[in-house]
Unconditional design. Structure first.
Lengths: 366, 514, 324
């Protein structure tokens, strides 16, 4: 009965409600900024200006958005199978190892050879890191939320070990590898644009942005237009009905997590091949967790994820701009805002649904 | 304020109770009263508003309008504890017991005496022993609920209400989990409560029960009271017509069966649950073309496990299921493979197994058949074909509204069931197994579904029907298997079956002694 | 004798490491037994760790720090309860939101208030911390190593919160199994409908459970920043909330088995600390990163070994609505 009482028109469900939730999260973020002793309005202006006010700002925004699209899609695919994959951070980290190894070992080959190999390696490493929690959930019923969190910690330990003891560039203090070969560099967006005669300020935005868009399209087709996607959604919504229909939930769990891990693993294509050109400690920098916010905000739909990723890209870029100009704000503040967005778009979504539904009912009655 | 208790006032009186859920008018100005020391029947179809009304009386829902009087005094019931304080007790259809608690702990929950448990438990123990003597309600007080048979669990529910000092006892569909004999024992007990001056409201859709025990009966239809009579002045036919609003067939018309070859052979099947307890024990039977075999039994006696093993949802630990010369168990065929061999399954628990509530009707109409070539173009789903197929099923099976894109949760239970049935018989299976064909389905749809099933039989299909409604089994089956404790305790031809005979077998009395 | 000393010292370290885990696991027990998933332990502890250290640094009183720690964790718990109980939001999502938000909020406020990069000022004064205190004659006792060392290191020489935890365990078990409140709490995690029909408010019970969970997390977090170390540092819980939750699951949601699981974690941790830099036969020196990862690997192993969900509170993670 309560379902009918809180039913919203489709457009409101898909656009209005997320917008209201986002607004609430941003309002509360403004309160946090105020508590920190800065002006929310000034912060807002600086943030928007930093993210969209210049060509290189926009470039950075879309560059960050590329990262968040990969991790957001990873969360969404698992979500449709009824799984909450919190391991995007670790999967991106280990997937980056795969991408990086291709860059280190095969970077002397031409880009057109390196890129597919890097995609394969990133996806394979990320999928492999997701496999163990997936298998444990499917076969042993181990809580995947906890195991994926643990795998984030274990990935961090493993990668630190590898970077400190194995992959470190000889004769260097900081734990990072040597630079990749020239064939392992994603073409930068401003260079690609220059080729067709458009001048655009240099930024780390690169070809991986299009790969992320392609990944989003691929996820859409897979989840909503194939029989595998149908099976995935049945298993995610109702496991018993899946068994009834001849769909094996354990198999779907493992497959979905492999795809999820593979998507997160592609993160390195943008961050490493597109920008850093080496593997360094903690390069995901929380992007895996941002993916959760992006997926929830984007209603686990690729189109929504694209928009949410741009929003969080703007937040990341504008936020770093902000920390230059406002000494009391740093990248941790952006993490707070991410948390608030997850809270309002994920956990508190029902708070505004009721009142909105009442509003629509009254309008209908009138 | 001086309480004025009128000794002649009814135990419970409802005046103009009105309740809406969104656009659904669940209760329309309902008024009736229950005399002291009487058993009052409340009868109506699924969705007639009986449960809503009783939930209002028990404080689960708030009425939009109307008032409730107990012994002539107006009471405000906002929550269950107000109802309990007013002397109203309720035994829900799904028991409200904590499975891993003992009987004693369940009884004291919510009416503990003080912050420590020891005292409450000791007090309850003494009190319950007295109640058990007074009403013949023996239960093992220290047993854990999950280890007790459902019949005993029901007694715990009644004890709970009496321990809370209930003067008015509401029972919602109490016999769904009982054999006819157990039901008779329950009714005898209710009779005892009546002589002690307590009042009982019996909510049911079974006419037999109303006729057997009640003093008066109120009939509800579409949220409104459509009649109230003394039970001795009415007949089952009259009540049925009031419930439905038109003349109804209480029996389905059908020709004698002409069974052909055995299509499904089950031999020595054993199924264990996840705790290793055998739920189906050495079951063997044949299912022939052109016949309907009914499986009767009190729910929880292995029927669910049998159905799920046949459908491939559960793996038997022993035995064989042969279909078209292939052993489904040894070949380890999953539900999908079984469908391709011509075994279709309408599941017992529609909401849990049969549909995905968040999906549209058309997406539900391909569940289990989503791999079929008709629904694909290359690797992609063919949405046009899926919609077309759903429209066709909806038309052929009178599913209303005929909107393939609408969420299945927005359809009534009867229409959901018709769609599931359509999905399963549209592929022209050789064998159809059906669990609870008409659970949660209104009378109009029941007739439709029964006719469809008989038409399938007449088309030479083999049907296995599991139902806890004896009337349904008697109406449909050509041959009846009775299950008790996981075993088939006997087989009866339809012509020789009576409710009494089946009831004894359901209670575990073997055929030979019956 | 050398070995004996090492064993006693390792056991004493186990006790100190186990303390926040045990408190957090008991906190989780109250929440999960009432049917609310306790993934928020991590965030509530971290928030408490920050407030306790910050208030203690400013006020100079560890007790005020404890009060602030508890208040913060309870506030976060109320937020969780508001989202998941009142508004029936997804419990896992709500908890992760709080965890992520708090992981950013601590360092942000530390920067804004103390101008230090993501940490609170060092707590140098005795009154600012819950420090270990020695029992009478523990120095003398050391002269008779066998019982003396046990007395001096294992029984004596801990801070107040460690001793409180020893009392907290039987108290929690008693509350859960011997009182009206415990009966209702366990009932609401198994079958909230039964509780509702018995005339008890499901929401109010779940609020109480989650708030108790918050209060205990407050103590655990305070321990981390004012007893186990001298101030708050970024992400200082380092997954302890999740470890506690894993211990609770492995302990089948029962107080004493959960204690056992916590001690196992703590012992591994204490042992690992001893192994750092020590060359072992066959394997040599284990890289420090692997030693640090040991508790996480252990968690995965414990969860993998734990089969069946039958013992979990039946209604866990399911928002309560009257309809079904």
């Amino acid at each position: 009965m309560s379902a009918t009482a809180t039913k919203l028109p489709r457009w409101a469900e898909l656009a209005l409600l997320p917008a209201v939730n986002l607004l609430a999260a941003l309002l509360l973020s403004g309160v946090v900024v105020k508590i920190l002793g800065e002006s929310p309005w000034a912060a807002c202006r600086l943030l928007l200006g930093g993210a969209f006010g210049s060509q290189d700002g926009l470039g950075y925004t879309l560059y960050y958005a590329t990262n968040f699209m990969f991790t957001g899609l990873a969360v969404a695919v698992a979500y449709h199978a009824g799984l909450f994959n919190i391991g995007g951070e670790g999967q991106a980290y280990v997937g980056g190892l795969g991408v990086g190894l291709v860059g280190l070992w095969l970077g002397h080959l031409p880009f057109l050879v390196v890129m597919p190999l890097a995609i394969l390696a990133g996806a394979a490493f990320g999928a492999a890191w997701a496999f163990i929690p997936a298998w444990l959930q499917a076969r042993r019923g181990s809580h995947i939320v906890i195991t994926t969190i643990m795998f984030n910690f274990i990935a961090a330990a493993l990668m630190t070990y590898l970077l400190v003891n194995v992959l470190i560039k000889p004769g260097q203090q900081s734990p990072e590898t040597r630079e990749f070969g020239p064939g392992a560099a994603m073409p930068a967006a401003h260079e690609l644009l220059a080729r067709i005669g458009i001048t655009f300020a240099p930024s780390p935005l690169n070809f991986a942005f299009f790969l992320a868009l392609a990944a989003a399209a691929l996820v859409w087709v897979l989840v909503w237009r194939t029989r595998w996607g149908y099976a995935l959604r049945v298993a995610g919504q109702n496991q018993a009905a899946a068994v009834y229909a001849g769909i094996s939930p354990p198999r779907i769990i493992v497959q979905a997590m492999l795809l999820s891990g593979a998507l997160a693993g592609c993160f390195g294509l943008n961050e490493l091949l597109g920008s850093q050109h080496r593997i360094l400690v903690d390069f995901p920098g929380g992007a895996g967790f941002v993916g959760i916010a992006v997926a929830l905000m984007g209603r686990n739909h690729p189109a929504g994820i694209f928009l949410a990723a741009v929003l969080f890209g703007a937040l990341a870029q504008g936020g770093s701009q902000l920390s230059f100009d406002m000494p009391k704000i740093n990248r941790d503040t952006v993490v707070v805002i991410q948390g608030l967005v997850i809270l309002f778009c994920g956990a508190l979504e029902n708070v505004f649904r009721g009142p909105l539904a009442a509003l629509f009912r009254r309008k209908e009655a009138a | 304020m001086v309480e004025r208790i009128n000794p002649t006032a009814p135990a419970l009186e409802l005046r103009g109770i009105d309740k809406r859920f969104g656009s659904v008018h669940a209760n329309r100005a309902i008024s009736f009263s229950v005399a002291r020391g009487s058993i009052h029947g409340l009868i109506g179809e699924n969705g007639a508003g009986k449960s809503t009304l009783m939930n209002i009386v028990y404080g689960f829902h708030r009425a939009d309008a109307g008032e409730i009087l107990v012994k002539g005094r107006r009471v405000d019931i906002h929550a269950p504890h107000d109802a309990i304080a007013a002397g109203i007790g309720m035994v829900h259809q799904h028991f409200m017991l904590v499975e891993n608690f003992t009987v004693l702990e369940n009884v004291v929950l919510g009416v503990e005496r003080g912050a420590l448990l020891a005292g409450s438990l000791a007090h309850a123990r003494a009190e319950l022993e007295k109640l058990a003597r007074d009403y013949g309600l023996e239960v093992p007080l220290d047993a854990v609920i999950s280890e007790l048979p459902v019949g005993v669990q029901q007694r715990v529910e009644i004890l709970k209400a009496l321990y809370r000092g209930a003067e008015i006892l509401i029972l919602d569909e109490p016999t769904a989990v009982l054999t006819p004999q157990e039901a008779d024992a329950l009714f005898k007990m209710l009779g005892r409560l009546r002589t002690e001056g307590k009042s009982v409201i019996l909510v049911t859709h079974k006419l037999r029960e109303i006729m057997a025990v009640t003093d008066r009966v109120t009939v509800m239809r579409q949220g409104a009271v459509v009649g109230e009579v003394a039970t001795r002045d009415t007949s089952p036919r009259e009540l049925a017509e009031k419930m439905v609003g038109r003349a109804v067939l209480l029996r389905v018309e059908k020709a004698p069966a002409r069974p052909g070859d055995a299509l499904l052979r089950v031999s020595n099947l054993e199924v264990r649950d996840r705790f290793g307890v055998a739920r189906v024990k050495g079951v063997s039977f044949d299912l022939r073309a052109g016949e309907i075999v009914g499986v009767a039994g009190v729910s929880g006696n292995g029927q669910t496990e049998l159905l799920e093993a046949l459908a491939g949802i559960r793996w038997p630990t022993r035995g064989a299921i042969e279909l078209g010369g292939r052993d489904l168990v040894r070949e380890h065929l999953d539900p999908h493979a079984r469908r391709t061999l011509g075994l279709a399954h309408v599941p017992e628990d529609r909401l849990r197994l049969g549909v995905v509530m968040s999906f549209s009707a058309e997406d539900n109409a391909i569940l289990g058949y989503h791999d079929g070539p008709a629904y694909h173009r290359g690797p992609l789903l063919d949405r046009t074909a899926i919609r077309g197929a759903c429209e066709q099923k909806m038309a052929a099976h009178d599913v209303r509204p005929a909107l393939p894109a609408q969420r299945i949760s927005a359809f009534s239970g009867g229409n959901q069931q018709k769609l599931v049935l359509a999905r399963e018989i549209d592929v022209d299976p050789r064998v159809l197994i059906v669990g609870q064909p008409t659970r949660g389905v209104d009378i109009g749809a029941i007739e439709f579904i029964h006719k469809k099933l008989i038409a399938l039989r007449d088309a030479g299909k083999a049907l296995l029907i599991v139902s806890v409604e004896l009337e349904e089994i008697l109406g449909l089956a050509d041959r009846i298997l009775v299950m008790n404790g996981g075993e088939i305790v006997g087989e009866v031809a339809r012509a020789e079956a009576t409710e009494e005979k089946l009831g004894l077998m359901m209670a575990g009395v073997k055929e030979a002694h019956a | 004798m050398e070995t004996y000393t090492v064993i006693v010292l390792t056991l004493a370290a186990t006790l100190r490491v186990a303390t926040p885990l045990v408190i957090a696991a008991l906190a989780g027990m109250f929440s999960e037994r009432a049917g609310v998933i306790a993934l928020g332990l991590e965030g509530m502890m971290l928030g408490a760790a920050f407030s306790a250290a910050a208030v203690s640094a400013v006020s100079g009183s560890a007790w005020l720090g404890l009060g602030a720690g508890i208040a913060t964790a309870v506030a976060l718990a109320s937020l969780l309860a508001f989202a998941t109980v009142t508004h029936r939001g997804n419990q896992v999502v709500a908890a992760m939101a709080v965890n992520i938000m708090v992981s950013g909020l601590g360092p942000t406020l530390a920067l804004a208030w103390f101008g230090l990069g993501g940490q609170t000022p060092q707590l140098n004064e005795v009154a600012q911390r819950f420090t270990a205190f020695a029992w009478p004659w523990s120095q003398t006792a050391r002269e008779h190593p066998l019982p003396g060392l046990l007395y001096a290191e294992l029984l004596s020489g801990h801070n107040l919160i460690v001793y409180l935890t020893v009392a907290l365990l039987p108290a929690s078990a008693w509350l859960l199994y011997r009182t009206r409140f415990g009966l209702r709490l366990r009932a609401v995690g198994e079958n909230p409908h039964a509780v509702d029909t018995a005339g008890i408010s499901v929401n109010s019970l779940r609020y109480q459970a989650v708030l108790i969970c918050g209060a205990l997390c407050g103590v655990a977090g305070t321990y981390l920043s004012t007893a186990a170390s001298a101030g708050f540092t970024r992400d200082m819980t380092a997954g302890k909330g999740y470890l506690a939750l894993a211990a609770l699951i492995f302990g089948k949601w029962k107080p004493y088995p959960t204690l056992g699981a916590c001690l196992l974690f703590a012992f591994t941790d204490a042992l690992a600390a001893r192994l750092q830099g020590v060359a072992l036969p066959l394997v040599g020196v284990i890289p420090v990163q692997f030693i640090l990862a040991l508790p996480y690997v252990l968690t995965v192993l414990l969860l993998a070994g734990f089969v069946g969900k039958a013992v979990a509170p039946a209604a866990i993670g399911v928002p309560y609505s009257k309809e079904k």
